[in-house]
Structures are given as C-alpha cells and as structure tokens.
Design a protein around this ligand. Sequence first.
Ligand SMILES: NC(=O)c1ccc[n+]([C@@H]2O[C@H](COP(=O)([O-])OP(=O)(O)OC[C@H]3O[C@@H](n4cnc5c(N)ncnc54)[C@H](O)[C@@H]3O)[C@@H](O)[C@H]2O)c1
Length: 255
Amino acid sequence: MARLDNKVAFITGGGGGIGRATAERFAEEGAKVVIAEINRAAGEAATLSARSKGRKTGGDALFIETDVTNAESVEAAVKQTIKHYKSLHILHNNAGGSTLQDGPVTEAPVEEFWRCINLDVFGTFLCSKFAIPEIAKSGGGSVINMSSNVALMALPGRDCYTAAKGAVTSLTRSMAVEYAPDNIRVNAIAPSVTLSDRVRKLLEKSPEIEAISKTHLLGLGEPIHVADLAVYLAGDESAITTGQVIPVDSGVTIV
Ligand SMILES: NC(=O)c1ccc[n+]([C@@H]2O[C@H](COP(=O)([O-])OP(=O)(O)OC[C@H]3O[C@@H](n4cnc5c(N)ncnc54)[C@H](O)[C@@H]3O)[C@@H](O)[C@H]2O)c1
C-alpha cells in the first residue's frame, strides 16, 4: 500500500519548484493531486509529470488554473476538486516566494510588501477558508503551510518576505488548535535556500552565494528534500503532529 493511498491533495503553486516536486511525490505515493497553479503551461507540464509518476500506485493529477489571491478563483478551484475527486484530505499552501525587490523596511518598496502579504499570507488564508470545510467533511486530514527559515532567524534584507512568513507561521499554530476537533492537523515547513529554478536564477546573480553555501552544513537544499517532508506531514504517519514548524534547512538555523 502506498503512503497516500485514497488521499486527495490540493497543492497551490504546484507547477514549479517545491510544489511540483511535492505533486510528483504525492502522486507516486498514490494520492490524487490537484495542481492549483496560476501559470497554465507550468501547471499542465507538472500535471503530466505527476500523473506519470502515479501510474504504478493509482496516483493521479488534475490541473486547475487558480489564482490563490482571488477568492472566486480559489472557491471555484475547490468546488472543481470536489466535483472531480469527490473528497479532499490535504491542502498544501505552497504558492509564495521572495523577489529581488525586497529589502530592509526603510528601503523596500511598499508594493513589494503588499505583494508578499497578498500571495503568501492572503493566499494561505483564502485556500484554507475554502478547503478546510471540505477536508472536515471528508473526515479530516492535513494542512501544510509554507514558512521559511526567515521566520525562525534574522535574515537582513528581506523584511517584506520575513513579515509574510512570520504571519504564516503564527497562523499555522492557531489553525492547528482551531481545527483539531475536525481531525485536521496543521503544520508548516520552514525551508532555507532550496534550489527551485526561480531561486537558482536569483542566486546566479547574487554575490552572496558563497557565504550562503558556507552556512548550510549539508549543502543547499533541492525541492525533493521539502517534498519528502510534505509526504510525511500529508499522511497518517504524522497522526499526532500538529501546530509544528519544521525546518528543512541544512542546519542553517543552528549555526
Ligand atoms: N525555494 C526556496 O529557497 C524557498 C525557501 C523557503 C521557503 N520557500 C517557500 O516555498 C514555496 C515554494 O517556493 P519555490 O521556490 O518552489 O517557488 P517557485 O517560484 O519555484 O514556484 C511557485 C509556484 O507558484 C506559482 N504561483 C505564483 N503566484 C501564484 C498565484 N497567485 N496563484 C497560484 N500559483 C501561483 C508560480 O507560478 C510557481 O509555479 C514558497 O511559499 C516559498 O516562499 C522557498
């Protein structure tokens, strides 16, 4: 039996990086996976890949074009998920990320602050708002939020993103308490630098790359490292793990 047999998962931003790796791992473990993604081409490519990974285990994937910052879009995507797969057990609030426009509060553009809050925090809020009632109706399950090492340590120069991931981290704890009676666990993963295509491109231009590599005790992370923890958090193996923020960070938060 695969680890996510009979589970239905909704992964936001599942078209790229960590989200795509997670969609592939979930399907490989037998889950039916909705890739809720704003970029059609990326979402469709990830769906084909996840579907093929799930071929041997009964896993499947469906692309639903979704903007996590738009309430109508999220509500419609969750409705379509239920219509297609009849239930929902896992919500992975993955869509998010920082940009080079970020900076210290005195320098970062106001627009960048609201971009981070809108995508990372409001997106997580909206998807949870519409998906959690369906997870409860399906008998319970798991919400996996995406935090970051910036929520656990001071990392200068990314104050907009830090504020957003701090909010996601606190929200994870309050949601864990609120939805435990519905048998829903809520946890967050806090990766440090993870080499998705987006981050690889950002780092190519960064003079910090050598210093960053030195603080990562076991080397920089790959999307699969985060996806493997997501499999654990999504499945019944994590039955009593809730309200936790779990680093996948090559030890960067302890040095
Ligand atoms: N990569 C890292 O170094 C790192 C570190 C810590 C935390 N994280 C977090 O992990 C998550 C994934 O990061 P990644 O590096 O894989 O990102 P990524 O940019 O590679 O992938 C994000 C996906 O989200 C999609 N997306 C963007 N806006 C969207 C919207 N409004 N609605 C739906 N989909 C949308 C993008 O099209 C893309 O496919 C983010 O929340 C990020 O903050 C990443």
